[in-house]
Design a protein around this ligand. Sequence first.
Ligand code: S3P
Length: 472
Amino acid sequence: MSSPNSAPPTALSAGVRAVRAVGRVSGSVEVPGDKSITHRAVMFNALADGVATVRGAGLGGDCLSTADAMRTLGAQVQRCWPTGALTDDLRRDPETGADVREDAVLIVRGAGESGLSEPIDVIDAGNSGTTARLLSGVLAAQPFFSVLTGDESLRSRPMGRVITPLRSMGARIEARARGSLLPLAVAPAALRGIRYQLPVASAQLKSALILAGVFADGETVIESPEASRDHTERLLAAQGVDVTTDGSGLAVCVRPTGRALKAVDVTVPGDISSAAFWLVAACIHPNARVTVRNVGVNPSRTGIIDALRAMGATIAVANERSIGGEPVADLTASSARLRGIGIGGAIVPRLVDELPILAIAAAVAEGATTVSDAAELRVKESDRIATVAKGLEALGVHVTERPDGMIIAGSGQIGGGEVSSHGDHRIAMAFAIGGLVASTAVTIEGAAAVGISYPAFWPTLAQIAPGSLREH
Ligand code: S3P
């Protein structure tokens, strides 16, 4: 469906950048608004009764996909510019025409009591797993027909894990490859609550079922093998939904209230998954100190800090505060001698998106790092076990792949070479950071993929490591 915000389909494999080592890495930066929280602030307020303001929204390609999807379903999502102008195009400054992603204030007018409306075309979630999974739970409970698809990467990612429990709630969903892949078609249905044990500790799956549970008849209880990010639970509770968790975060219970969700203003903290690149850059570089201000430090997301500290890093957490129900802090990292560690078990969902950049830290560390219990990496935007291993091997690092992880033989140094992002934003950014310490330049093919979560990544790299970046 055409929209002012959608990216051209080939964009993720475009662009080449070369990064080379420089003498100093330093600075104080902010990162884009948290992607997980932005998705939820836009999607849940689009369901709500009233108008909400979302400040500090991340405007990477994934969050634009959610905004487009919710518009297709009848909600209004606009950007409010400092002049007071309101635009449907969330990126382009109406006065200068420039693509401006920072400091975004979004105004979301929810569908409310009258409900979402039947989309007249296919909903395109683009590259965004969060949009596709969460929206499946919403669509399953609607009294209308809808079709959901995504880009080539998303169309190869598992949807059966969402469709199976939704069907047992009464959803009528058909999907490609015997119900396991997008596109999927959803027919009107009335849902009933279930008790369900998630096969994987996935916040996307958990959130899809919580959302379906909001509109179902009776109570829905979801149990997870490990705790995962809880942004859905926090925001829905603020919107008046009866959602409760046990202390461990392993079980969630949602009961329908019969009332529409309340519109709630959200101030989005900086994304710790984006901050992770600068933290690792500072840790692995011999002459570095970087502060990332205003970062979300929800404990379900801070595994990166715990893992880096276990490797010997010095990371200071300062100015801790709570903004809109989410903990926020300023993080400072500086040069350290890192050593290899084991990463597995309950920490994995707390750093799942940071494993590519942690793999770079592991390669530069002394000794082996073993990643286990992370089979989920194989079904992210790329097979991140394979794409990390391939990239590191191109830089002369020995990696042993395992079905659920990898062993990285850290030797204190990495070489230069050519690496493909495989259209995966976090792979592109991880290897760019590797370039800051490599013996010769690291060239990244598919550099434009960073726009999925961090459109300003390359200019920020040039800012904290002047002279490191070459455009081809
Ligand atoms: C996300 C959950 C994680 C994460 C993804 C964002 C979310 O996926 O990898 O980038 O916002 O709920 P899984 O739930 O599939 O682990």
